[in-house]
Ligand binder design. Structure first.
Ligand code: ZN
Ligand code: ZN
Ligand code: FE
Length: 764
């Protein structure tokens, strides 16, 4: 029986080779009809035998091109028109305007084969790409997504490239960055003083420098990397010294999985993420015996590993036959990564011994993404290259557009358009002027690419965050301030398509509390619109405010003081002996009077304090160093946990008291229990504390769903144990999978809260 069917496909279906794919598929099943790009997606009509039409539809939905993301399909049957031929038709007006922009994707297998094929005319061409791979988001300057609106505009395609570009059956049909040796971008090499090095093969020369233990600055997709040979101790040490990066782990890049297995354990899930076209950095457990130098990630059980994702990476790693290269962001300490050739020369002078540059400009900066395997598949720690600007699908029945400007640290922004929430790439810590400029550019670029005019702007309740200030300066727009931990809970709800109410457990370092205290060990009953704080880690003083976050020893003193009062110096003599006399006295004085010492319920600070008590980290050289050191030594055999003291205060607020935990830690240190076992006991205790709190809150409210969020859930041990224990206690557990549990996901929560409040207002 002959039938005719029209399909309307929505999602990321333009600029990803969708039409040629449909064309090939229709030919394969001997179907007539057409395919065209429409403002909202791709329209397809097919005509032929019913079985073939069904087979076509199945293939279309189940095996789309690698970069496509189908989010919805409408199907309808029409009267057959005896159409035997299949055609790619002209796009309807403004075709790609509101279509979704694809993220940047790793070199595909077909391009890789050509790259290393001596017979291919793109053999060793460092910018080979096709519709299935290559740069996208980072080279677009404006929409519609067309070559003149990308940084490829200055290169005119040669006849051969143009032919591929125009041929609907070709893998490079409408591949905007299409190029070759003849017509496309090229590499350039500079020495350490920025003087051009000519007459050498740039790849060979870079390989030679790396082999000699030199530091190379490499231009990637979203910015520069600094690279050194990961098996060369002197080279890694040199890089640390020049970059002023003392202990923070470096990420590495290895040529293939076999190499990765020489230094890390890789599960099937992890393998899939490593090889995915998004190519994030994946946190993997280190092997006992590794050919890599230990100073890459000192005192850390995990290593951040990625596979090559640009032709330049493939050429260097394969031709240099490296075990692995350290690939760290090309920046000075906390600044954003260098993006332009000029920035690289300016900022990385004195760090890099050579610069491998090229003339395909990066328009928008985009850091490497970081993920780890989790019980739910994959947990994103930094959602950036390969992921942004792919949307998260949310419920937005009133189709309201809001801009959420995110928190101050690990900032990302979020824009909503219909049922899509577009979370930006990682912006970073806004206090730096460079990062703040990047924040402004990201807002401008995303509102332009998505053609969104926000009706409202959502921000953190913290009045002094630069993002909150920015929000208030946009005088035309109503501002919706969202409490930090409420935004965390709602970011889980939004990505899971839920509305609540849930018990929200948010454990992080810092968030502005409505009572003026620093919150961070929070138990909320929350839905999209609002929340009630029903429990928290009992307050202690945070001596010196933000300084205590950099100096964990201050928190150790604060917890000892909370546990033992004035006797603490006697009770933990061995700890105070480590501290210079004037410092001890100053902090004790501050705790006594409360001067410059706000109250905090931060779970992050409790981890800091315990890490310092164990002597693992008295002062942080990078963010979260103390808790990472504490996690790294866990003895997983240890089952004991300390008793937890949970009591309601006069207002019925459930308080978990850290005092008894700290007393037990101190007692175990004094009896000489191994730090690895104390660390395990502490972690077990926190997990049990969470479950006990949730059980009591369930008794009170009847709510059985728990949403987990906050940076503390990046702790691999807790991220595994807490959901397991909660599930064992018959809770439904909601965790992050698409957006980070840390502050990188907060903008999504802010946006979803704003949408819920605006929708409720419209109803009233
Ligand atoms: Zn390709
Ligand atoms: Zn060409
Ligand atoms: Fe947070």
């Amino acid at each position: 029986m002959k039938v005719r069917k029209r399909l309307f496909v929505k999602g990321i279906v333009q600029g990803v080779g969708f039409r040629p794919f449909v064309y090939r598929l229709a030919s394969q099943f001997a179907l007539g009809g057409y395919v065209l790009n429409d403002t909202r997606g791709v329209e397809i009509a097919i005509e032929g035998e019913l079985a073939q039409v069904n087979a076509f539809t199945h293939e279309l939905l189940h095996n789309p091109p690698p970069l496509a993301r189908i989010t919805g399909v409408e199907e309808e049957y029409l009267a057959p028109r005896q159409e035997g031929e299949f055609a790619i038709r002209e796009s309807r007006a403004r075709a790609s305007r509101s279509a979704l922009v694809s993220p940047d994707m790793a070199t595909c297998d077909d391009c890789l084969r050509e790259l290393f094929d001596p017979e291919d005319h793109r053999h060793r061409y460092p910018f080979i790409n096709c519709t299935n791979c290559g740069p996208r988001y980072t080279i677009i300057t404006d929409i519609p997504y067309d070559r003149p609106q990308t940084t490829m505009r200055k290169f005119t395609m040669c006849a051969a490239c143009q032919r591929e570009y125009d041929d609907p059956t070709d893998r490079r049909f409408h591949a905007q960055p299409n190029a070759c040796w003849q017509c496309g971008p090229g590499l350039a090499l500079l020495d350490e003083r920025g003087k051009p090095i000519i007459g050498v093969d740039p790849i060979n020369f870079t390989v030679k420098m790396l082999k000699e233990g030199k530091v190379a600055a490499l231009k990637g997709l979203g910015g520069f990397h600094l690279a050194v040979d990961a098996t060369n101790e002197t080279a890694v040490a040199q890089l640390r010294k020049r970059k002023l990066r003392i202990g923070k782990p470096f990420a590495i890049m290895a040529n293939d999985l076999e190499r990765v297995r020489e230094f890390c354990e890789v599960s099937a899930d992890e393998e899939a993420v490593l090889r995915s076209p998004e190519r994030p950095i994946v946190l993997l457990r280190k092997c006992e015996l590794s050919p890599l130098v230990p100073s890459i990630a000192p005192g850390n059980g995990y290593l951040g590993v990625m596979l090559p994702y640009t032709p330049i990476h493939h050429l260097i790693l394969r031709e240099g036959n490296f075990s692995a290269l350290v690939m760290t962001s090309g920046n000075v300490s906390e600044e954003p990564i260098a993006r332009t050739n000029y920035e690289a020369r300016e900022k990385l002078a004195g760090i890099a011994d050579c610069f491998l540059l090229h003339d395909r400009d990066i328009y928008l900066r985009n850091d490497d993404s970081v993920v780890r395997a989790s019980s739910t598949g994959e947990a994103v720690i930094r959602r950036s290259r390969g992921y942004a600007p792919r949307p998260v699908f949310i419920s937005n029945p009133k189709s309201i557009s809001v801009l959420a400007v995110g928190p101050e640290l690990k900032n990302t922004i979020c824009l909503t358009r219909g049922d899509n929430a577009f979370l930006s790439q990682h912006v970073g810590d806004l206090q730096g002027l460079e990062t703040y400029r990047f924040f402004l550019k990201t807002i401008a670029q995303m509102t332009k690419l998505l053609e969104v005019t926000p009706e409202a702007i959502a921000c953190d309740e913290h009045p002094d965050y630069l993002s909150s200030r920015y929000a208030r300066e946009q005088s035309r727009l109503p501002v919706i301030a969202v409490q930090h931990h409420h935004a965390h809970v709602v970011s889980v709800l939004a990505e899971r398509g839920r509305t609540g109410p849930v018990i929200g457990v948010v454990l992080d370092g810092t968030g502005f509390g409505e009572d003026g205290a620093i919150w961070g060990g929070e138990f909320l009953i929350a839905d999209l619109e609002g929340y009630q704080r029903v429990g928290h880690l009992a307050y202690v003083r945070q001596p010196g405010g933000d300084r205590a976050a950099q100096e964990p020893w201050r928190m150790a003193v604060a917890y000892l003081y909370a546990a033992f009062g004035d006797e603490c110096t006697e009770k933990a003599r061995w700890f105070f002996d480590r501290l210079p006399e004037p410092q001890q006295r100053l902090i004790l004085e501050m705790l006594h009077t409360g001067a410059a010492s706000p109250y905090t319920s931060s779970m992050g600070r409790l981890f800091d304090g315990v890490s310092a008590l164990l002597g693992l980290c008295l002062t942080n050289t990078f963010e979260a160093e103390a808790p990472m050191a504490l996690e790294a030594i866990i003895d997983e055999e240890e089952q004991v946990s300390y008793p937890v003291e949970i009591r309601p205060d006069d207002n019925g607020m459930l308080l978990a008291h850290p005092g008894s935990i700290v007393k037990n830690v101190v007692r175990n240190i004094e009896t000489g229990l191994a730090p690895s076992r104390i660390s395990a006991r502490f972690h077990n205790t926190i997990a049990h504390l969470i479950v006990q709190m949730c059980v009591r809150l369930r008794q009170k409210t009847g709510i059985e769903s728990v949403a987990l969020s906050g940076g503390v859930f990046q702790n691999n041990f807790l991220a595994r144990l807490v959901p397991e224990l909660l599930a064992g206690a018959n809770f439904e557990v909601l965790e992050h999978t698409l957006v980070p549990a840390n502050d990188g996901g907060v903008a999504l929560g802010q946006a979803a809260v704003a949408l819920a409040r605006l929708a409720a207002n419209k109803k009233r």
